[in-house]
Design a protein around this ligand. Structure first.
Ligand code: AMP
Ligand code: GLY
Length: 424
């Protein structure tokens, strides 16, 4: 098979790494890729927002399968354009990607499908939004409707903070993404993520994974794209996973098919595990980054079989196998992330660490001759397997400590919730 992966982060390096292991692979291209994908695939330096350029590349390289990694190309409808050219694509249509692209769409769909989620109101003007807020009180959550690079959600402790968030959205802080807002009930509980491959009708649940969104140890500081992850997540017991499938994923996939916008690709459900069961916080229409990195390390089956079956509507015929070990990844970021990011510092010692138990995935790297250079906020994902969370964590940090990069930092407590459950 000839495969084109779209994206340039750690998620895409992990996907490319798993794809490269497939005996079915003939050619692998990553567009635009990074310093890690460059060593195991061909990087194609094209503008992925230019769908015609992506399709032209896929055609000239006789690509059999395009795999869309990030949210933005999915929401922009790249999969539709690839399919219109007669090429198989892993990723949702533009219509189905509204599950990530519009929070108001998702809330309405949850109502129609009976999916448990926070009570809410959706507003296109400040006066109505403020009136609703005053009727509800705090704590309460204010969200810009569209994609806002992870910055469009405010969990407000006080009414004043919530009012600020409403005004910020309508003042244009998030552009078009904030012209509609969702205000919703604050949910208490522990968060968890669930991933499901969907081919429009069939569902294959993937193992649970948990990320760490805040930048500092102890889950403090500003939100990031994710500072580390592990799989499985002990909070997602088999019973909870089954409830999530039945109460959340299945009704969503069923309703999407009924409305003529079947969902294909990977559905990523952000959940709050409340005292009365799982509730949906949000959907994403892609793998989590860095959750994908730990899932790929645990996958025993041929990832191309899974991606192809998803794209072709044949998921009923596949059952992926997973390693029993725990996988854990530590994100190394540039000092200053997520507030300010300086590119260009040199990273040494990151390339000879890969072993049976350790994989260093690149997120924001580039190469300058022989030198490996930081080229983004999140730069490396040091990922390890172990029989326990403790063992995987020790292996990951031992590898981190061998990397010589003074301009980088990481959290030192990735996996802490799971470690507490493991008993120390
Ligand atoms: P989202 O971008 O929708 O995932 O929201 C970002 C973060 O805000 C989530 O990971 C939660 O920590 C928090 N959050 C979002 N919605 C709620 C809610 N209704 N109740 C409590 N926390 C929430
Ligand atoms: N790690 C969270 C995300 O990919 O959205």
């Amino acid at each position: 098979m000839r495969v084109l992966v779209i994206g340039s982060g750690g998620r895409e390096h992990a996907l490319a790494w798993a794809i490269a292991k497939s005996p079915r692979l003939k050619k692998l291209i990553v567009a635009p890729g990074n310093g890690g994908t460059q060593t195991m695939a061909t990087n194609a330096p094209i503008d992925i927002t230019d769908h015609a350029a992506v399709v032209a590349l896929a055609k000239s390289e006789l690509i059999d399968l395009v795999v869309i990694g990030p949210d933005a190309p999915a929401v922009a409808g790249l999969a539709d354009d690839v399919r219109a050219a007669g090429i198989l694509c892993f990723g949702p249509s533009k219509a189905a990607a509204q599950l990530e692209g519009s929070k108001a769409f998702t809330k309405a769909l949850c109502d129609e499908a009976g999916v448990p989620t926070a009570a809410y109101g959706a507003f296109d003007n400040e006066a109505d939004a403020l009136a609703y807020l005053h009727g509800k009180g705090a704590p309460i959550v204010v969200k810009a409707d569209g994609l806002a690079a992870g910055k469009g959600v405010r969990v407000a402790e006080t009414l004043e903070e919530a009012e600020d968030a409403v005004r910020e959205c309508f003042s244009g802080a998030f552009g078009e993404s904030g012209s509609t807002i969702v205000i919703e009930e604050f949910l208490a509980g522990e968060e968890a993520s669930v991933f499901a491959l969907c081919d429009g009708r069939n569902i294959v649940m993937l193992p649970s994974a948990q990320d760490h969104k805040r930048v500092w140890e102890g889950d403090r500081g500003p939100n990031t794209g994710g500072m580390g992850a592990y799989s499985p997540a002990p909070v997602m017991t088999p019973k909870l996973l089954e409830r999530t499938r039945r109460e959340i994923i299945e009704p969503t996939i069923g309703r999407m098919a009924e409305r003529g916008t079947p969902f294909t690709g990977v559905l990523f459900a952000g959940l709050m595990i409340a005292s009365d069961g799982p509730k949906l916080i949000e959907y994403n229409v892609r793998f989590g980054d860095p959750e994908c990195q730990v899932l790929m390390l645990r996958l025993k089956s041929d990832v191309l079989d899974l991606l192809e079956a998803t794209a072709k509507g044949n998921l009923a015929e596949v059952t992926p196998e997973w390693r029993d070990e725990v996988a854990l990844t530590v994100v190394m970021a540039v000092r200053g992330y997520p507030v300010s990011v300086e590119k260009g510092s040199e990273i040494k010692g990151a390339e000879a660490l890969d072993s049976a138990d350790v994989q260093v995935f690149h997120a924001g790297t580039a190469r300058d001759g022989d030198r490996l250079i930081a080229n983004g906020g999140r730069v490396l994902n040091v990922t390890a397997l172990g029989r326990t969370v403790r063992e995987a964590q020790a292996r990951a940090y031992a590898a981190v400590d061998r990397i010589d990069w003074p301009e980088g930092f990481c959290r030192r407590d990735i996996g802490w919730r799971a470690l507490e459950r493991e008993g120390g």
